[in-house]
Design a protein around this ligand. Structure first.
Ligand code: AQP
Length: 343
């Protein structure tokens, strides 16, 4: 580890965004996160982290994890993330994430972690069998953010509680040691911030780890696969309503209309008015065409990038070098503050 002074945060603010290489990127990742990150690049200094340390909090097949790590990188670049202007890197390539997370394991209180709803959701009924890593996942997420002194974090609804915890950890560290090492990272919400639900069950979010591939539209799906999945998407026997209120109790219809609205950059109200009284068959055909038009070019670029894994690895190595240059001095500052003997 090198020491020295911490590089200043860019005046426009620094953003840390993370994504797990736990499988295929899907439409939820694209509409709920990546598309917004692309827009944020213009206004902030951005660090995009492929969080493989988080991924192994639940079992990952090693070869699949390696493949997914490159595929997520390809998907982000194909969707418009600029890896030259920003840093796109793999979390395990920047050791300071795990090193700072250990310090945070000693700052965060058990009571704080016990309140994390995502642990309860992901651990399920058999909590005793969940990994210790899944339990302390929020401390690692705090380290992901604070090791860069990030000022802003784009968060979905499901990550808000973890960002609050990162803020609590930053504050407790500063006050325990009587320092001002960490800023209070702010949530940033840009775009519709939508939650895309499973195509099979409108009450579950679209997810990489859902065992049914028909539950999601992958960013790698071709036009035929998209058409097949939209055709098989769960619906109900009624025509589409003429008001948003008419979507009450119709989670699957609401999900498809929300997806269409996001893909066409319209509000849900506009789409409901436009599609009022339509049968699902006609609407699904429109939705398919729109999804293919948006995802087709991304899909083609992803395939091109995946044909040259060495080039992806090079991009990620450059990203890691940039990230390490920011993170190492922050970790050194933390170690000095804590009182670790310098090497
Ligand atoms: N269905 C979704 N709708 C909107 N946004 C979503 N995101 C994920 N699913 C949806 C957002 O994508 C970003 C990266 O997510 P992640 O990969 O770090 O973790 P996740 O939220 O746990 O995603 P998955 O697909 O559900 O992965 P698994 O199955 O491994 O848990 C985040 O900003 C997230 O909000």
């Amino acid at each position: 580890m090198t020491s020295g002074s911490t590089p200043p945060v860019a005046t426009k603010g620094r953003i840390l965004s993370g994504i797990q290489p736990t499988g295929n990127l899907h439409l939820g990742n694209y509409l709920g996160a990546i598309r917004n990150w692309v827009a944020l690049q213009n206004d902030f200094e951005c660090l995009f982290c492929i969080v493989d340390l988080h991924a192994i909090t639940v079992w990952q097949e090693p070869a699949a994890l390696t493949h997914a790590t490159r595929e997520v990188a390809a998907g982000m670049i194909a969707a418009g993330i600029d890896p030259v202007a920003n840093a796109l890197f793999v979390q395990s390539h920047v050791p300071a994430h795990a090193q700072l997370a250990w310090v945070f394991n000693c700052v965060a209180r058990l009571g704080w972690l016990n309140r994390m709803t995502q642990f309860k959701d992901k651990a399920g009924k058999d909590r005793e069998k969940a990994s210790a890593g899944l339990y302390v996942y929020p401390n690692l997420m705090a380290a992901d953010i604070l090791v860069y002194k990030a000022t802003h974090v784009p968060v979905g609804e499901d990550q808000k509680q973890h960002l609050e915890l990162a803020r609590d950890i930053a504050q407790k560290f500063n006050s325990d040691y009587g320092v001002e090492v960490f800023p209070q990272p702010e949530p940033v919400i840009r775009g519709p911030g939508m939650r895309v639900m499973s195509l099979r069950d409108g009450s579950k979010k679209m997810s990489k780890s859902d065992p049914s591939d028909f539950s999601r539209i992958n960013m790698t799906d071709d036009a035929d696969a998209i058409a097949g999945k939209v055709r098989k998407a769960t619906t109900d026997p009624h025509p589409l309503p003429d008001s948003v209120a008419g979507l009450e109790g119709r989670a699957e219809a609401a999900n498809l209309l929300n997806i269409y609205a996001a893909l066409t950059d319209q509000t849900l109200e506009q789409v409901v008015t436009e599609q009022a009284g339509q049968q699902f068959s006609g609407f699904k055909a429109k939705l398919t065409d729109t999804a293919v038009a948006v995802l087709g070019p991304i899909n083609a670029e992803m395939k091109r990038l995946m044909n040259d894994p060495a080039e992806i690895d090079k991009v990620l190595a450059r990203g890691a070098a940039k990230a390490n240059a920011i993170a190492e001095p922050v970790l050194a500052e933390v170690y000095r503050t804590v009182g670790f003997l310098s090497r």
